[in-house]
Design a protein around this ligand. Structure first.
Ligand code: 5GP
Length: 122
């Protein structure tokens, strides 16, 4: 899948549309999800143009991957959810219901998040 520079997170990275920013460094931008599913629901996006977790894992440099995951740790600490616990999640593709085609990780926290996956059937 080719990267679409008009996706909504690309526009947020270029400051063309606003976001409620919580963290930024050389590797990542983090902002609150517009439709939060938990008291803490933060989206973390890499600065580079990667469509999905598959694209990021295959094509990002070691420095980009390390910087991105260190940012996630830092954001969780800044959000004060390390002791209470949190969940990180990346949706990929059709079955994962990925909506925005710029790789991102969700950080959820601030309440008991329940079981891992709700499903209609196996
Ligand atoms: P996905 O299903 O791709 O993993 O999740 C995309 C997430 O992006 C959704 O949770 C949705 O609420 C969030 N989202 C979509 N558009 C915007 C936006 O313009 N601003 C922010 N902050 N979040 C958005």
């Amino acid at each position: 899948m080719t990267y679409d520079p008009e996706n909504v997170f690309a526009k947020i990275l270029r400051s063309e549309i606003p976001c409620d920013r919580v963290y930024e460094d050389d590797w990542a931008l983090a902002f609150k999800d517009i439709n939060p599913q938990a008291p803490v629901h933060i989206l973390v996006v890499p600065k580079g143009e990667y469509v999905s977790s598959d694209d990021f894992a295959a094509n990002a440099s070691d420095a980009e991957i390390a910087g991105f995951f260190r940012a996630i740790g830092e954001i969780a600490r800044l959000s004060d959810i390390v002791n209470s616990g949190y969940r990180i999640l990346a949706n990929h593709g059709r079955d994962g219901h990925q909506e925005v085609p710029h790789f991102h990780i969700h950080i959820f926290g601030g309440r008991d998040l329940g079981g891992m996956i709700k499903r209609a059937s196996t």
